[in-house]
Design a protein around this ligand. Structure first.
Ligand code: SF4
Ligand code: SF4
Ligand code: SF4
Length: 219
């Protein structure tokens, strides 16, 4: 098999818990990164090229992170926020039971979601029989700089975006910069630390939090 110079791991296909479909993103990302001839660039930096020199990317369909997005150079996890609609709540308590984060309480006026606890996993929307809870905003949570090995660390939050295109641009542009500016013997993970790459996506994160909180209000 031809060495591509990158590894993409992902969830199992068709997982019923997926908040976001990652299949197209996986396909487009593979195409974009293959075009970069990343293996040749890695070979210029390392001889011989070993597994830990190869940039690693993970796509997860939801915040459960079964495919381990926290320990990759780029970790991407799907999210879908719950939105409270005008459909009357029948007080069945299913959403409260489904929430592993204990983010939902039910009182005489209906449900309240604690935005600080909610991970936007989508569990509660899926069990609500009345349509009181439905899918709100959906997108991708981004992490960067995770790794295992001698000095393991979890990836740091790099923000949140709504489209596949934004994820593609984020990863492809960062790797282009690594090819161009990475030093001899410098792994991507160390380049990311040196450059402190976050790509200004924190602005989007702020926007995402604001719109997510808006979804939790009764309208
Ligand atoms: S991370 Fe979510 S979508 Fe992926 S396998 Fe786990 S539960 Fe399923
Ligand atoms: S989307 Fe939020 S409130 Fe709903 S089950 Fe998941 S964590 Fe709980
Ligand atoms: S919001 Fe839906 S799931 Fe939750 S208590 Fe009301 S009807 Fe039941």
């Amino acid at each position: 098999m031809k060495d591509t110079g990158f590894q993409i791991e992902h969830c199992r296909a068709n997982c019923p818990k997926a908040a976001r479909n990652w299949l197209n993103l996986n396909e487009e990302l593979t195409k974009n990164l293959t075009e970069l001839n990343l293996f040749l660039a890695i070979k210029d930096k390392f001889s011989p090229v070993l597994n830990h020199h190869i940039p690693k990317i993970c796509l997860a369909g939801c915040p459960n992170g079964c495919s381990h997005p926290n320990i990759k150079d780029f970790g991407i996890s799907g999210y879908v926020t719950p939105q409270i609609t005008d459909a009357p709540c029948i007080g069945c308590n299913e959403c409260v039971r489904s929430c592993l984060e204990k983010a939902i309480t039910l009182n005489q006026n209906g449900i309240v979601i604690d935005a600080a606890r909610c991970l936007s996993c989508g569990n509660c929307q899926h069990v609500c029989p009345s349509g009181t809870l439905t899918d709100g905003e959906t997108g991708w949570i981004l992490r960067i700089g995770g790794r295992v090995g001698r000095h393991p660390q979890f990836g740091k939050s790099a923000g949140q975006v709504q489209t596949d295109e934004e994820v593609l641009t984020w990863i492809t542009d960062t790797i282009r910069r690594y090819i161009k500016n990475g030093q001899p013997q410098e792994r991507l993970t160390h380049f990311l630390e040196r450059e402190q790459v976050s790509l200004g996506i924190h602005a989007n994160l702020q926007h995402a939090h604001e719109s997510r909180n808006a979804n939790f209000q009764h309208r």
